[in-house]
Design a protein around this ligand. Structure first.
Ligand code: G16
Length: 542
């Protein structure tokens, strides 16, 4: 039986950088998840009888919302849902399933790298038929629906057994529970030289992959240990847990410090990597060297031809605006287009669909290609492995040679988390107000060449996205960028991105924070970070 249930709108369901993310107790309010899911459906057209993919990163509350989404899809007229077994689908795997089976779209339940558990974070996002995150036009339409919703539709069905791969019927709709790993593993096998990787591991190459008790565990086990023959134990923390073992599944130098320490230690393996809550981010650490995400996208782009899936070269490279300019230098050398988009993977979708870009990347530990429409943590790890195998060099050699060829972009991001929203907004407003007066002035001996509020003009659909981050550009190419995160769930997170280009090889061994010290001080002078936030140091440095 289909029921129409009366409901009242919530005022706080505006999707952020990547879907709606809130604390679990917020999602557990009466009809909160139902309202958002119905608003997604209400903002879409033409899905009657079509297929919807449903999966998530396995965090606390995942299983409950999967059942709601199935029952609501049936009531709203979908013909079929494909659900990852156990409610599991990594974000890139969901993107692939949507594309491979040409489904109408998908609902992904994830708050990505944010912590999980009864008092932590949950999230819902919609991905369209191209496999990519809903574009702004659609997220705006969903938000508009959440403000006026008065009822939702749900089918009265018994809970579906989502733990068994099977196909069943529910309220006239087909429910197919699929193995979440197989399709994705096959896709990886089609892109990379698995024979060369098997030989690499056979030769004694040692790797550590930390799945952080999040969704990539089963994918990494299958691909690295089972298909590629990496020794048992290569994958750590590979069992997905609803609270990620009480940790923060964010693969950065703070939350994966244990991996960093191991990779810098005397008996370090050859290569270390980690992925996040929903499997779209990656952390790359070679023996004795950390590779910044901005460098990683540049280095992968420069070497992509070594992998079978990219042997014909790249059509173009895209990076988010705050990501360092390292990839730009590679694009120029390759003679391909470089595109600078706002933060948010959704902005790459049009470029990938139009065949203008092949590899995309972000400073926030996301790298990916046109194989799906999401960033892809394991893909980045496998491409690195493929490059290491093909070049027969260490990660450190590859990184230092890259800097010798292209110069080094010293880069760091300073985050001030959980700042009171009013204070964070005041900082940004003040900064915006003085943008016009900055060019020509000097701070800490650094001359400001330009300052603006980044606006993106999508070259494919002509849309414009404004206020995407404040850039202060110095003479000589250094810059600082300020923006507020769109993924946090409490207060505001101020992100300050700092970058300096260093062409001189003899200066490629500096400590990053030291190399950026004058810019870091200049950023505080310009924006009054300490006075506005009341903090004297960032909470996270990446
Ligand atoms: C999401 C988006 C990314 C973005 C990142 C950080 O990643 O998909 O495109 O770079 O958030 O965004 P912000 O700086 O607004 O917090 P994820 O891995 O959280 O889905």
């Amino acid at each position: 039986m289909i029921r129409t249930v009366s409901t009242k709108p919530y005022s706080d369901q505006k999707p952020g950088t990547s879907g709606l993310r809130k604390k679990v107790p917020v999602f557990q309010q009466e009809h909160y998840a139902e309202n958002f899911i119905q608003s997604i459906f209400d903002a879409l057209d033409g899905f009657k009888g079509k297929t919807l993919v449903i999966g998530g990163d396995g965090r606390f509350y995942n299983r409950e919302v999967i059942q709601k989404a199935i029952a609501m899809a049936a009531a709203n007229g979908f013909g079929k849902v494909m659900v990852g077994q156990g409610g599991i689908l990594s974000t890139p795997a969901a993107s692939h399933v949507i594309r491979k089976y040409k489904t109408f779209g998908g609902i992904i339940l994830s708050a990505s790298h944010n912590p999980g558990g009864p008092h932590e974070d949950f999230g819902i996002k919609y991905n369209a038929g191209n496999g990519g995150p809903a574009p702004e036009k659609l997220t705006d339409a969903i938000f508009a629906k959440t403000k006026t919703i008065s009822s939702f539709k749900i089918a009265d069905i018994d809970p579906i057994d989502i733990d068994t791969v099977a196909t069943v019927k529910a309220a006239g709709m087909t429910v197919e529970i699929i193995d979440p790993v197989t399709d994705y593993a096959e896709l990886m096998e089609s892109l990379f030289d698995f024979d060369a990787l098997r030989k690499l591991f056979k030769s004694g190459f040692r790797m550590r992959f930390d799945a952080m008790h999040a969704v990539t565990g089963p994918y990494a086990k299958e691909i690295l240990e089972h298909r590629l023959g990496a020794p048992n134990g290569t994958c750590r923390n590979f069992k997905p847990l609803p609270d990620f073992g009480g940790h923060h599944p964010d693969p950065n130098l703070v939350h994966a410090k244990h991996l960093y320490d191991e990779m810098m230690g005397p008996d370090a393996p050859d290569f270390g990597a980690a992925s996040d809550g929903d499997g779209d981010r990656n952390l790359i650490i070679g023996k004795g060297i950390f590779v910044t995400p901005s460098d990683s996208v540049a280095m992968l782009a420069a070497n992509a031809r070594l992998a079978p899936g990219y042997k014909d070269g790249l059509k173009g490279i895209a990076r988010s605006m705050p990501t360092s300019g390292a990839a730009d230098r590679v694009a120029h050398k390759l003679g391909v287009g470089i595109y600078e988009t706002p933060t948010g993977w959704k902005f790459f979708g049009n470029l990938l669909d139009a065949g203008m870009a092949t590899i995309c990347g972000e400073e926030s530990a996301g790298t990916g290609s046109n194989h799906v429409r999401e960033k892809d943590g394991l893909w980045a790890v496998l491409l690195w492995l493929n490059v290491l195998a093909a070049r027969g060099e260490s990660c450190k050699q590859i990184v230092t040679e890259h800097w010798e060829t292209y110069g080094r972009n010293y880069y760091s991001r300073h985050d001030y988390e959980e700042v009171e929203s009013g204070r964070a907004n005041a900082l940004v407003d003040e900064l915006r107000a003085k943008l016009g007066s900055l060019p020509g002035t000097s701070v800490r001996g650094l001359k400001i060449a330009n300052a603006d509020d980044f606006a993106y003009h999508d070259p494919v659909d002509g849309s414009t996205s404004e206020h995407q981050g404040i850039r202060v550009l110095f003479e000589g190419g250094s810059r600082v960028v300020f923006r507020l995160s769109g993924t946090g769930t409490s207060g505001a997170t101020l992100r300050v991105y700092i970058e300096r280009y260093e062409p001189d090889k003899s200066r490629h061994d500096l400590d990053t924070q030291e190399a950026l010290a004058d810019l870091i001080s200049a950023a505080d002078d310009i924006a009054g970070i300490k006075s506005h936030t009341g903090r004297n140091k960032p909470s996270v440095i990446t």
